[in-house]
Design a protein around this ligand. Structure first.
Ligand code: BTN
Length: 264
């Protein structure tokens, strides 16, 4: 049971004094999933302010997209969930949140890993062809708008053995040095806060351009699996609903998440 681990919880306040993201940081030794923990606490009316961060040294049931597991060696990687309340955002625009989070993470990681960092639609962070991180955003909706958003982020940082996830890689493998997890958390929260603020302004259009520019496979011939057939096409961008636009021989088509998979 997740709540057993409350005993190991230690609360630090005002950790990131000038940013609302991360001002309330709950650091857990072991939890099922930081997303699940945050959602459970919210369902019990925990008075968490926007910007609350739950991080865990170890998740024993970490979740990825489409029911995948998210696994890693305890204490070596960054696994955290951030609470946002983008109640200004219509639910049909929820992909904008994905863009804001992805570009924020990309800015931080590319500042020390360079332009090889790519965003694989819709939620992966790759370097070359290996997976450095992933994003799992879970929204609750009230009326037409988003009420709360749990932003789960996993970044492989200091782990070097990926026997059970051969496509994964870490910052340490790329830079040959350790990265302090809380430093990276601080940088990510600051960057997310900046792009989140932009989400409310017309300047956000530039974020979408940034997102598209850094998409993995943009403009390259790639193989896509659609149901049981494989097709070759080139990614052109994403539309206003976050659907992936792919140009095939006979014209462009757009796809929602799970309707198409890029093979790489
Ligand atoms: C993916 O690549 O499919 C998304 C991975 C998201 C993993 C993070 S780790 C912190 C948070 N808690 C979870 O259970 N999942 C997300």
């Amino acid at each position: 049971m997740v709540f057993i681990y409350h005993l190991m919880e230690h609360l630090q306040s005002n950790t990131f004094s000038s940013f609302f993201n991360g001002q309330k940081l709950i650091s857990l030794k072991r939890v099922s999933s930081t997303n699940d923990y945050l959602k459970q606490e919210l369902s019990k009316s925990a008075p968490f302010p926007e910007g609350t961060v739950i991080m865990a040294e170890e998740q024993h049931m970490g979740r990825g997209q489409v029911g995948n597991r998210w696994e890693g060696e305890p204490g070596k990687n960054l696994t955290f969930s951030l609470l946002l309340r983008p109640d200004f955002l219509p639910a049909h625009d929820q992909f904008k949140l994905n863009i804001a989070i992805s570009t924020a993470i990309h800015r931080v990681l590319s500042s020390f890993l360079g332009e090889a960092v790519k965003l694989k639609w819709p939620n992966d962070i790759l370097v070359a062809d290996c997976k450095l991180g992933g994003i799992l955003i879970e929204n609750s909706v009230q009326g037409t708008n988003i009420r709360e958003s749990v932003i789960g982020i996993g970044i492989n940082v200091n782990q070097t053995d990926f026997e059970f996830a051969p496509r994964a890689c870490s910052i340490k493998q790329l830079l040959h040095r350790e990265y302090i997890l809380t430093d990276l958390l601080y940088e990510l929260c600051s960057s997310i806060e900046q792009s989140y603020r932009q989400l409310k302004t017309p300047r956000f259009l530039a974020e979408k351009e940034y997102y598209i520019t850094h998409l993995y496979g943009l403009g390259e011939n790639k193989v896509f699996r659609q149901q049981n057939s494989e097709r070759i096409g080139k990614i052109e961008g994403v539309d206003s609903q976050g659907r992936l636009i792919i140009r095939f021989e006979n014209g462009s088509e757009s796809f929602a998440f799970k309707e198409i998979e890029m093979l790489y």
